[in-house]
Write a protein that binds this ligand. Structure first.
Ligand code: SF4
Length: 628
């Protein structure tokens, strides 16, 4: 074992507070984040799972990261097997190796970390002496198929409920076979890939998944943490003054994921990160996070403020994590109370249509982050295609409100390669950026300086479980040309600094998000070949275009539908058809009886204990709420 690696890990621990080393635990879990410590410690999912696992008395959970550059050299030189951070124990000596994966592009690092741990990458090559390999995190309900053959158990859904079920099954069963079968038979939340035969058609598309054992479901339902109030339900109750209902909704045993380990040297490590809501109601058709966290739920203000008050002695910086910060029904209270506590506030993302004066004031006052907004495109027609219901005029006005507060630099997220996009649409993008720049210069006169517009161009990657799941990614050469054309024309505008993603990266992402089980071979080879995807594709003979550049028919069995997101086929198909016709849809209302997308009647209400079913009527007495 390399002393230099151990010393490097100890130096990291010296900068941290709040990590745990539990001795004599019955079950040792290595919680692996497939990226470096600096990146991983900014991930709230990792903090949450660390806290949840360590709350269980039988469990000791330690973190494992992809080594940074210096450590990687040491690992390679000394052939040391990958070690945990807390006690520098070889990962292969743990009972469970649990990967928390938020981005499918990190699948490569998962294979790499297994190889570095000297644990066989393929689940079929592991026996009872090897740790159980578990995968969870947002990517698990996007499309876990590309890493299905590496993994014993895929936790499909939200960790707040799955962590406990997983540990119970491991502790209560004797053999690996019994653990896998008992979890698979729950029918919701745990997908065991080895318990399915995948049958392919002659044209290599998937025909079906056939369970190998009785009691194993045909499709595995996503498990949702049902305790937090639905955003729409809470908003309506507050608006109508239904105090009893509001009280009821606030009094649940809600989850409020937040920083568990204070790690000021990591990215965002000098601030308290706290999730204020999960999911977004708008239904932008390209947005995987929006659809896959339906229905949108919130953390009540008082839980957020209690955590903020607890942490104020340590930091004056707070990061509010949410896909739609301003949708929180209590955002005004949250912001004003945090400002009273003299917190410098930053947010993970800003939805343009919801930016409030209050939030802008708080962000300006904090002076802690660059404002980034997402017009996505410059064409009002294309915005209807993607169901982002904003016009160019509204976008210029919103940017103006930012500039008028003296924040003269703004980042714009824009996408190229959207379905039905033409060069006229791209020309409109140039015009929009020019208008925003003019508005910035106009506001700049008041402050005697000029700012900068930073368009960030990305190629659209159609994601599973969204209405675009049937669409091909824009052809690589064509996407490259479009990105180049837009970049060139934007670069001609003064005070504009363009950043563009390469078409290659978009295609790599598409392969990992839309691939089937056969992609595991490419990932394993690429991990062995130091990340060289082209060589891996050559070695395995896999045709990437088959997975990325083909429009799929509604009849095709989509590999990721082995995991049932709860979104109905009819809903996604209708949204897809509406996108082709540039027709927009209404947002998710998140009320009790809605069945529009299919999530509430299936994954939500079916799993919620009786007392957590949320009613809204003011006239409903409290006793009925509990017994509904
Ligand atoms: S069923 Fe209705 S309320 Fe529930 S997530 Fe879907 S659109 Fe929202």
């Amino acid at each position: 074992m390399s002393k230099r690696i151990v010393e490097s890990y100890k130096r990291k621990l010296d900068t941290e507070e709040g990590y745990l080393t539990k001795h004599g635990a019955r079950l040792r879990i290595a919680l692996c984040y497939p990226n470096t410590h600096a990146v991983g410690m900014a991930n709230l999912g990792l903090h949450t799972m660390y806290e949840l696992f360590n709350k269980i008395p039988e469990v000791s959970c330690e973190r494992v990261f992809l080594p940074d550059e210096f450590e990687m050299r040491e690992y390679e030189k000394s052939r040391t097997p990958l070690l945990s951070l807390e006690t520098q124990t070889p990962v292969k000596n743990f009972d469970v190796v649990a990967f928390s994966i938020s981005f499918e592009t990190d699948y490569l690092n998962m294979a790499r970390m297994l190889q570095m741990s000297q644990i066989p990458v393929w689940s079929k090559d592991r026996n009872h002496f090897h740790p159980l390999v578990v995968m969870g995190g947002a990517a698990s309900f996007l499309n876990p198929e590309p890493i299905a053959d590496f993994t014993d158990i895929i936790a499909v859904g939200e960790g707040e409920i799955l962590a406990f079920q997983l540990v119970d099954a491991i502790v209560e069963n004797e053999t690996k076979e019994e653990i896998l079968l008992s979890l698979a038979r729950i029918g919701r939340g745990f997908y065991v890939p080895s318990l399915y035969d995948v049958i392919y058609n002659d044209d290599k598309t998937v025909f079906d998944y056939v369970p190998k054992e009785t009691g194993v479901p045909k499709r595995v339902g996503r498990a949702l943490a049902a305790a937090n109030p639905k955003e729409g339900t809470l908003r309506r109750a507050i608006k109508r003054g239904e105090t009893e209902v509001v009280e009821f909704l606030m009094n649940q045993d809600t989850f409020a994921p937040s920083t568990a380990v204070w790690s000021p040297k990591a990215e965002m490590g000098d601030r308290l990160l706290i999730e204020i809501s999960r999911g977004c109601s708008q239904g932008c058709r390209f947005c995987w996070a929006g659809y896959n966290y339906y229905p949108p739920r919130v953390v009540p203000a008082r839980d957020i403020l209690a955590k903020a008050s607890e942490w104020r002695g340590k930091t004056n910086k707070i990061g509010l994590v949410s896909t739609a910060v301003c949708d929180h029904p209590e955002i005004s209270t949250i912001l004003s109370e945090l400002r009273k506590m003299e917190y410098r506030i930053s947010v993970s993302s800003l939805r343009l249509d919801q930016i409030s004066e209050e939030l802008l004031d708080a962000l300006v006052e904090s002076n802690d982050q660059q404002i980034a907004v997402a017009p996505e495109t410059g064409s009002d027609r294309l915005r209807r295609v993607i169901n982002k219901n904003l016009t160019n005029d509204e976008i210029v006005d919103i940017c103006g409100a930012v500039f008028d507060r003296g924040m003269l630099t703004i980042k714009l997220y824009l996408m190229v390669g959207l379905p039905t996009e033409t060069y006229e649409d791209l020309e409109e993008m140039i015009v929009l950026v020019e208008r925003i720049k003019d508005r910035m210069l106009e506001a700049g006169k008041k402050f005697g300086r000029a700012g900068k517009i930073i368009p960030s161009l990305n190629g659209l990657v159609p994601k599973p479980n969204t209405p675009f799941q049937w669409d091909a990614v824009c052809d690589e050469k064509e996407l490259k040309n479009r990105l180049k054309w837009v970049s060139k024309n934007l670069a001609k505008i003064p005070n504009v600094e363009v950043r563009a993603m390469s078409a290659r990266i978009a295609h790599e992402q598409a392969l990992f998000s839309s691939g089937d089980r056969t992609i595991a071979k490419v990932i394993e080879a690429a991990a062995r070949l130091k990340g060289n995807l082209n060589d891996a594709l050559r070695e395995t003979g896999i045709d990437a275009a088959f997975h990325t550049s083909r429009n799929r028919s509604y009849e095709e069995f989509l590999p990721w539908t082995i995991v049932d997101s709860g979104l109905s086929f009819e809903f996604l198909k209708t949204e897809h058809e509406k996108s082709q016709a540039a027709l927009s849809s209404k947002p998710c209302p998140a009320v009790e009886k809605c069945t529009t997308c299919g999530v509430c009647p299936t994954t939500w209400l079916a799993d919620a204990p009786i007392g957590l079913v949320q009613l809204q009527s003011l006239r409903t007495p409290r006793v009925s709420l509990v017994n509904a």
